[in-house]
Ligand binder design. Structure first.
Ligand SMILES: NC(=O)c1ccc[n+]([C@@H]2O[C@H](COP(=O)([O-])OP(=O)(O)OC[C@H]3O[C@@H](n4cnc5c(N)ncnc54)[C@H](OP(=O)(O)O)[C@@H]3O)[C@@H](O)[C@H]2O)c1
Length: 330
């Protein structure tokens, strides 16, 4: 395994594995023994960065989520895991009632919700302190200052370590960080978005914004990250749910643009040259890029995880990287 640091402040920054494991479906689609086996293998291989949320996986149960955090809590306790593994979780997108969704009935990011939901997450995970807490989705109603101050309050009282943000327009991230900086408060340091080698169309209306898809990394965010190298980018769904390697997982209309075949061709060539799988080339490209990215992979079996773990040791040559970088669409 290889490691890197997330966060800048020496009091809160953490060292994490360059590959992160997503626990989204643990405890629902993936049963508990299988989840434990995947988690054990990840840690055995040196993995120290795990991702969940307080709303995982409400859509699998018709409930409000929390199953994934609860499985992680039982796994931590049964294995005696303490500080050596960083477990990130998220608040803000938990549906307020069973049978509803974050699209029109999310808990949001008020001070009250942030405090109470973080407390529930700590209970389910069985920890005194959440290592990393993200704002899962934007709250268009609550003033940003309230959200910023509430997250900072949890850091000040010691119940949260690092702060992160997911699925926000880049300008909202910058505004929140500017508010925090002006008030001398800790701000978001870890950004979690969908990102992979193939780029999806960002002009189609997103699930949460009529202005486009702000859940996927686009030019605005890349430019922001280049300017703020101390921020860390965590890329969710980097394997496109298996679509790179599985005929049963079509890419869908968001990848229906001129850049996709060009990128797929470059990917195929590099995979053949290296003898690695296409998934591994994608993960290695993300990890070792000019803007280093932490891929956040899902796995429903130990075998799938093994395939992703091997990507950490795949070193692309400068030529291979240049070929992949150059294969942009129009
Ligand atoms: N911030 C957010 O809004 C957000 C949104 C989505 C996800 N996430 C986080 O990101 C994590 C990963 O998301 P994801 O599961 O969508 O990512 P992903 O890594 O793109 O997809 C994982 C899925 O791909 C398939 N797969 C993986 N390795 C494979 C292999 N070697 N061969 C064939 N198929 C393979 C499996 O599907 P099957 O299990 O069906 O076989 C697996 O469950 C989640 O657990 C969650 O923590 C965050």
């Amino acid at each position: 395994m290889k490691y890197r640091t997330i966060g800048k402040d020496p009091r809160t920054r953490r060292e994490v594995s360059v590959l992160s494991l997503g626990a989204m479906l643990f405890g629902t689609a993936t049963d508990e023994p299988t989840s434990f086996a995947i988690l054990d293998r990840f840690v055995e291989a040196g993995g120290t960065f795990i991702d969940t949320s307080n709303n995982y996986a409400f859509w699998k149960t018709g409930g409000q989520g929390g199953e994934s955090e609860a499985v992680l809590g039982r796994w931590r306790r049964s294995r005696g895991i303490t500080d050596e593994v960083v477990i990130a979780t998220k608040v803000g997108a938990r549906p307020l009632a069973p049978g509803t969704s974050f699209v029109d009935n999310a808990e949001g990011l008020s001070g009250k919700v942030i405090r109470e939901s973080a407390e529930r997450s700590r209970e389910r995970l069985g920890v005194e302190k959440l290592d990393l807490l993200y704002a899962h989705i934007e709250d268009p109603v609550v003033p940003l200052a309230e959200t910023v101050e509430s997250f900072a309050g949890l850091v000040a009282e010691g119940t949260v370590g690092l702060l992160g943000v997911s699925n926000h327009w880049a300008w909202r991230v910058e505004r929140a960080r500017a508010l925090a900086a002006a008030a001398g408060l800790p701000g978001y340091e870890v950004l979690q978005y969908h990102h992979s080698y193939l780029r999806r169309r960002t002009d189609l209306p997103g699930v949460l914004s009529p202005d486009g898809d702000h859940a996927a990394v686009g030019g605005d965010l890349l430019s922001y990250l280049r300017a703020e190298p101390e921020l860390a980018l965590v890329a969710y769904t980097p394997l496109l749910s298996g679509a790179y390697v599985r005929a049963d997982r079509p890419l869908g209309p968001r990848y229906d643009h001129a850049g996709t075949p060009v990128r797929l061709a470059a990917l195929g060539e590099v995979a053949e040259e290296t003898g690695a799988s296409v998934n591994q080339v994608v993960l290695s490209w993300l990890i070792g890029g000019e803007i280093p990215v932490i891929p956040l992979v899902g796995a429903s079996s130990v075998e799938q995880l093994e395939d992703s773990l091997a990507a950490v040791d795949l070193e692309l040559t400068a030529d291979q990287r240049a070929k992949l970088d150059a294969a942009a669409g129009p």
